[in-house]
Every structure is written in structure tokens, then in C-alpha cells.
Design a protein around this ligand. Structure first.
Ligand code: EPZ
Length: 417
């Protein structure tokens, strides 16, 4: 089992090119199923989750090719509508294939995606929306048997929560459905907009992506196209935090500054200076950070839950007390136990984490509990005294392309072993 070994205490300086967005590339790869012919995605991050998505596409009968950061999928011979349990288990977010397979083939069989480190991860919002569109769904023995009895038809859907995955699944099922679908209280994340842009390039008619109401006019046919995946906003936040915790100076290239508008004021409250221009963001951090009064994670465009663990690691070294309220997932403080081993002073009570900044973190062996929790441990290791070994880094490789190479380029002493 691989691990990352970090020699802390080095100030990071330099430029980082941000990878393509994992949480956009995954729904985009599922969406390729809807187009007849070949689709090519450029700026696709090389991640274990992307390989898992390509394995699912291949199993369904698509011809998938990965050539560096370019991934192409030819869906002409799509024959299979079933995703086997082992492939579903590899990646919980495989549920995103449901809407696309139903849209193209009218039936889909896959195992119930289990929970994950963040909690049970229910899909009730996905399923109730698809039922409104004419999908019969039988849930038995952990399997989902979904079938369009007559035809997939547009529907008016009010989401009880702006679920990212549910919004994506409804869009994927609606683009080839009969008539109009309206999604109210839709998720507004940039990944939704990226998905709509790609689908519209393939011939879909989606209006309002990025807003709370999305309207989709069903069409009869979609073709493939070439599309560039948007930059990964969470990776961008991660590397800004690497600069922040080491008192460093980092320029991020190939980012969308507006995608992280909610995080900039938090880093500024810590005492960092940030400037954004075109597709760059520059951060210059002080030697000692200030605490942040309160951070509440909320749906986009507010502070993202995916940044919570990463920013909490930075706040462990701030001079004072910070408070974080995690409103999206019920179990997203698993990284705290590992940070405590490094000398952090954090108390969690339900949704709330109270972080009392300490003068020093100490290197030791810690275990990545989930993707962003693992990234948080790497960030903490950059500023810890001595060596930190982060184990179980398969979680980290799901979302970060060669994190050790990227950080080494800015002066970090970090190696994979
Ligand atoms: C997406 O997950 C992201 N994953 C997550 O990123 C991200 O944390 C999350 O959106 C929120 O921004 C991908 O895009 C692959 P949700 P998703 O549906 O779609 C509840 C990472 O680190 N809910 O918006 O699963 C759910 O339990 C990952 O990159 C229901 O109750 O998120 C959660 O509490 C982690 N019923 C909340 O909504 C449902 O049917 C948000 O879930 C669906 C969701």
C-alpha cells in the first residue's frame, strides 16, 4: 500500500498548472453515452476515478481510449445497460451513469451505490425525479432495476435539496426525453454548467444551467464532440492552502478564479494576499496566519464542503480560534482524529468543529480517511516539524493527479513510497 512521506517546514514558492476537474470529468464521461459516435475530452485529469469511469464505459460496449489527459469514447456499439457490482463499488459516484444509460437505452440495472466515508450517501432525490419522468424502479437485494415502460418524458421537478448528482442525473435523462423538463432548486455548481455546455455542443437544448431553475427541451438525437474539461476548483483551493500554511507564494495557472469566490475572503481573513487576473490566481501568505471567525459549508456559490477538511488543516496553525460548521455531509470530520495525532487542537460536536490554532504540528504517521481528508493531512504535513507519512493514499489518488509532483515543483519535500 503506497504512502506519501513529507518533510515539513519548507516555504512553497512557484507556479502550479491546475488539473481538469474530477467532478466535471465524471458526469461528462457518463454523458458521452448519450451521443452517437465519438466524443473526445481534453484536459481530463489522470485519476483512479477516471479509469474506473472508463472501465464502466468499456463494459457497456463503448470504445475508450486514454492518451495522457485526452480521453475519447466511441459509443456506437453501446449494447449493455447493466453496471456490475464490482465496477459500481469501485466508485460511489457511478450512480451518475444511471441517467445517461436510461436516456440512451431506456433501461438500466446497477447495484445500489453504497455509502462512503462521508456517510450513507442516499439517492432518494435521484430516484423520485426519475420516477416522475416515467422510469419504473425496482429496488431489491441491493440492486436497482430501472426501466422506461412507455417513454422517457419531461417533467416538472422540484428538488428538496440542490443535490449535484441528482441535478446531473435528471439532466442526463432529460436531454433525449419527450418534451420539456424543468428542474427547480437545481444545484448551481460550475460542474453543472460544464455538463450543460458539453451536452448543448452535442445538440441538446439546456437552458439556465448554473441557476436554480434549469429547463431542458428533449431532442431526438445527440452526436459526439470534442470538449475541454473545466479546471478543478477544489484542487485549486488545495494548492492555495499549501501556499497559505507554509507562508509561501504561489501562482495558480489555468483556473477559473470566479469558481472559488467564496474561499478567497476566508484566505484573506487568515491574512493572505490574493490577486486574480485572467485564468490565474496568486497567493502570498504571512508567516503566521490569523484565525477565521466562522466558516459554514453550503451549496454553491457558498463555501464548498469539499474544501472544509483542507481549510481546517490550515487553521490548525492559525494564531487563535476558528469555527467550522459542516452543513452538507453528516460525517465529514474523519480527518480530525488524524490531525490530532499531529498535535492539532480540534474539538468536534455534531456539525461544528472548533479549531484552536497551535504553534507547532509534529510529523508522524497518519492515515487518509477519505479523498479531501487525505489531502488535508498532506497540507498539514507540509507545515509539520519533521517527517509526516500519509498512508492509504488511494483515496488521494482518486482526486489529485500526481499530488507529490505538483507540490515538489513548488519546493515541497514529498515523495511517494
Ligand atoms: C458531489 O457529490 C461531489 N461528487 C462531492 O465531491 C461534493 O462534496 C458534493 O457534490 C457536494 O458538493 C461528485 O461530483 C462526483 P449531493 P453528490 O448529491 O452529488 C444528500 C469530492 O470530494 N442527498 O449534492 O453525491 C447527500 O447525502 C466529492 O470530490 C440526499 O439526501 O452530492 C448529501 O448530504 C465528495 N439524497 C447532500 O445531499 C439524494 O438523493 C449533498 O449531496 C442525494 C443527495
Amino acid at each position: 500500500m503506497q504512502s506519501l512521506v513529507i518533510e515539513g517546514g519548507r516555504r512553497l514558492c512557484g507556479e502550479i498548472q491546475i488539473q481538469g476537474a474530477k467532478n466535471s470529468a465524471l458526469p461528462l464521461l457518463a454523458a458521452a453515452i448519450l451521443g452517437q459516435g465519438e466524443t473526445t475530452f481534453t484536459n481530463c485529469p489522470l485519476l483512479t476515478d477516471i479509469y474506473a469511469a472508463c472501465r464502466i464505459l468499456s463494459y457497456l460496449g463503448c470504445k475508450c481510449k486514454i492518451d495522457g489527459n485526452t480521453v475519447s469514447a466511441d459509443t456506437s456499439n453501446l449494447v449493455n445497460f447493466e453496471v456490475p457490482d464490482d465496477l459500481m463499488r469501485e466508485m460511489r459516484s457511478s450512480i451518475i451513469f444511471l441517467g445517461a444509460i436510461l436516456g440512451r437505452l431506456g433501461e438500466c440495472r446497477l447495484s445500489f451505490p453504497g455509502g462512503c466515508e462521508l456517510g450513507p450517501r442516499p439517492i432518494d432525490i435521484h430516484l423520485s425525479a426519475l420516477r416522475k419522468m416515467g422510469v419504473t424502479i425496482k429496488e431489491e437485494y441491493g440492486m436497482l432495476d430501472c426501466r422506461v415502460e412507455k417513454e422517457l418524458s419531461g417533467a416538472k421537478i422540484n428538488l428538496p435539496f440542490p443535490s449535484v448528482g441528482a441535478t446531473e442525473n435528471i439532466m442526463l435523462a432529460a436531454v433525449l426525453a419527450k418534451g420539456q423538463t424543468e428542474i427547480k432548486n437545481a444545484a448551481r455548481e460550475p460542474e453543472i454548467t460544464d455538463l450543460a455546455k458539453y451536452l448543448n455542443l452535442c445538440g441538446a437544448k439546456i437552458y439556465g444551467a448554473g441557476e436554480s431553475t434549469i429547463t431542458i427541451e428533449g431532442v431526438d438525437f445527440l452526436h459526439g464532440c470534442q470538449y475541454e474539461v473545466m479546471p478543478d476548483r477544489i484542487a485549486a483551493i488545495t494548492y492555495l492552502c499549501a501556499g497559505a500554511i507554509t507562508g509561501g507564494e504561489i501562482n495558480l495557472a489555468k483556473v477559473c478564479p470566479e469558481h472559488i469566490d467564496a474561499v478567497i475572503p476566508v484566505l484573506e481573513e487568515m491574512g493572505c494576499h490574493l490577486y486574480s487576473y485572467a485564468d490565474n490566481i496568486y497567493i502570498n501568505a504571512p508567516k503566521r496566519l490569523k484565525p477565521v471567525k466562522i466558516i459554514r459549508t453550503m451549496p454553491y456559490p457558498a463555501f464548498p464542503t469539499d474544501a472544509q477538511a483542507i481549510v481546517s488543516a490550515v487553521l490548525c496553525k492559525a494564531k487563535g480560534t476558528s469555527i467550522i460548521v459542516e452543513n452538507i455531509f453528516e460525517n465529514r470530520y474523519k480527518h480530525v482524529g488524524e490531525l490530532l495525532k499531529m498535535g492539532a487542537d480540534i474539538k468536534t460536536e455534531g456539525k461544528v468543529a472548533i479549531i484552536q490554532g497551535v504553534n507547532k504540528l509534529y510529523g508522524t504517521t497518519v492515515c487518509a480517511t477519505d479523498l479531501r481528508g487525505g489531502a488535508a493531512l498532506v497540507i498539514a504535513g507540509l507545515a509539520a516539524e519533521g517527517k509526516t507519512e500519509v498512508t492509504n493514499i488511494k483515496h488521494i489518488d482518486r482526486g489529485y493527479e500526481s499530488i507529490e509532483k505538483v507540490l515538489s515543483f513548488t519546493g515541497a519535500k514529498i515523495e511517494r513510497k
